[in-house]
Ligand binder design. Structure first.
Ligand SMILES: Nc1ncnc2c1ncn2[C@@H]1O[C@H](COP(=O)(O)OP(=O)(O)OP(=O)(O)O)[C@@H](O)[C@H]1O
Length: 233
């Protein structure tokens, strides 16, 4: 199986001396194309730091991240910004919608930012899939939390980037809405052949994934059997 994301001996330390935090302490990870991977682990284990490295939002101290055959550490800030816009659909806990734009404008925001042509047929399909077709002229504040998260999923999918990174996407939703939104996100990722990487504390969500990797103290533990884990270093 082809790995679309390859992380090699990735390190990111904060601070110096005794107070130094090894947020990523030699992470190795291959993520297969088209699969749904969950990254879980306790608070402070390094999940968000890893997410930021894979998404080209921050530079590591050492090691390498290759996304879709692109080595991220070789890129300058501006190139990374272009990479993020074109290659990654981001989904966050707080939705990150622009309140003064309509739902339609929010969904098209990333595509317009990247100056990509809008595929109108795909837009109709995605908004139908995510049950947003009747809310396109509304504003984010007029939608429920679940509705707003469906908008951010639509915005990520519209990029057709192939990779969707989601950081606790249901963290602000009740459990019933979480299930609905996750079901839609998972089936949309499958239908549109996206590689979905999701950070979550929620073990119910982890059960829906093709693969679960757990982080601890800046390292990846891979499941080797029922409730057994080993480091990948
Ligand atoms: N900018 C920073 N400056 C200093 N320390 C940081 C910084 N960012 C993260 N850290 C530290 O690095 C470690 C890993 O943080 P990270 O946010 O990646 O963990 P996490 O697993 O995502 O935690 P959570 O589940 O609480 O979001 C933590 O000890 C955190 O305090």
């Amino acid at each position: 199986m082809e790995s679309i994301i390859k992380v090699r001996d990735l390190k990111k330390f904060y601070g110096k001396g005794e107070s130094q935090v090894k947020a990523l302490n030699g992470v190795n990870l291959n993520i297969e194309k088209g699969k749904f991977t969950v990254i879980t682990g306790s608070s402070g284990s390094g999940k968000t730091t890893l997410f930021n490295m894979i998404g080209g939002l921050d530079y590591p101290d050492s090691g390498s991240v290759v996304v879709d055959n692109i080595e991220l550490k070789d890129m300058k800030e501006k190139q990374l910004a272009v990479f993020r816009r074109s290659k990654i659909g981001f989904i966050y806990q707080n939705y990150n919608l622009i309140p003064s734009l309509t739902i339609k404008e929010n969904i098209l925001f990333s595509v317009n930012l990247g100056k990509q042509a809008v595929d109108k047929e795909f837009f109709r399909e995605i908004t139908g899939f995510l049950k947003l077709e009747n809310r396109l002229d509304a504003y984010p504040g007029q939608l429920s939390g679940g509705g707003q998260q469906r908008v951010s999923i639509a915005r990520a999918l519209m990029l057709k980037s192939g990779i969707v990174l989601a950081d606790e996407p249901t963290g602000n939703l009740d459990s019933c809405t979480s299930q609905e939104v996750l079901g839609l996100l998972k089936s949309a990722a499958q239908t549109y052949r996206q590689t979905l990487v999701m950070i979550t504390h929620n073990l119910d969500i982890a059960q829906m994934a093709d693969r679960v990797v757990r982080m601890e103290d800046g390292q990846i533990l891979e499941r080797t059997g029922r409730m057994q884990w080993k480091t990948t270093i």
